[in-house]
Design a binder for this molecule. Sequence first.
Ligand SMILES: C[S@@+](CC[C@H](N)C(=O)[O-])C[C@H]1O[C@@H](n2cnc3c(N)ncnc32)[C@H](O)[C@@H]1O
Length: 274
Amino acid sequence: MTGDPHAFHEFERAGWERASAHYGDAFGALTRQTAAALLDAARVAAGMRVLDVATGPGPMAGAAAARGAQVVGLDFSPAMLAEARRHHPGITFREGDAEALPFDPYSFDAVVMNFGLLHLARPDAAIAEAHRVLRPGGRYALTVWAPPEEAVGFGMVLRAVQEHGNPNVALPEGPPFFQFSASDEFRATLGRAGFSDVDVRTLQLTWRLSSPDAVFDALSTGGVRTAAVLRAQTAPALEAIRTAVRYRVEAYARDGAFIVPMPAVLASATKGQL
Ligand SMILES: C[S@@+](CC[C@H](N)C(=O)[O-])C[C@H]1O[C@@H](n2cnc3c(N)ncnc32)[C@H](O)[C@@H]1O
């Protein structure tokens, strides 16, 4: 990464503070679909100590607690943590940074992170931290989005910005959003961090929407980087982008709704025994 990691980290934190009230409505029904596969990949079961990194409003923490695990959810956004505590009053949530976890080595049997890695200034540092806090033999499972040609909700917005707006607005530079969508890169990064038994596979999520404007609205309010790109457009460009995205979503009309493919990539691995 060539940009300033600190500037990107602060940009993301401010962005999530702003998006926290919208993220659950915008993306919750979609991102929750990974829960069973993610927790199965981490082999989460009753009594295990589980850390959910970048917990957001806490859907994975909630699903792990429902399996009887002892869960801690961690996020760097106080506003997101307020959402998490509101939705899951019985779970422990902590403020902290995925890249510098506030836990001792060997504190957890499993670490999960659902759609967190692609928001980090230093994803390698977060993977190293997960490895540090896992006990030997512990499991790590995490998801990112598939490339935009497959996760078409992202693809249609990025394409509309290219066609009708300015994709090159000045933002703090972070790692490429789709860096880990390529399974080879994901596998190699986990291997370099000392994980073994690395498995990478695709989860076929679908975004069921009641309005053709829902994709544009979700990406304008419920996230950070694309939302910042959209905010930087002129009013006429933004309207043209909205219209182009609506038109593309309408192509996915089915049974009175819009069913947009949004596959995710799930990676899982084991921390080797000492
Ligand atoms: C896309 S949301 C995912 C939320 C949740 N895991 C889910 O499944 O819906 C990304 C979350 O990562 C958090 N986050 C981003 N960078 C972080 C960091 N460096 N440390 C901790 N949390 C971070 C954000 O505050 C946000 O809540």
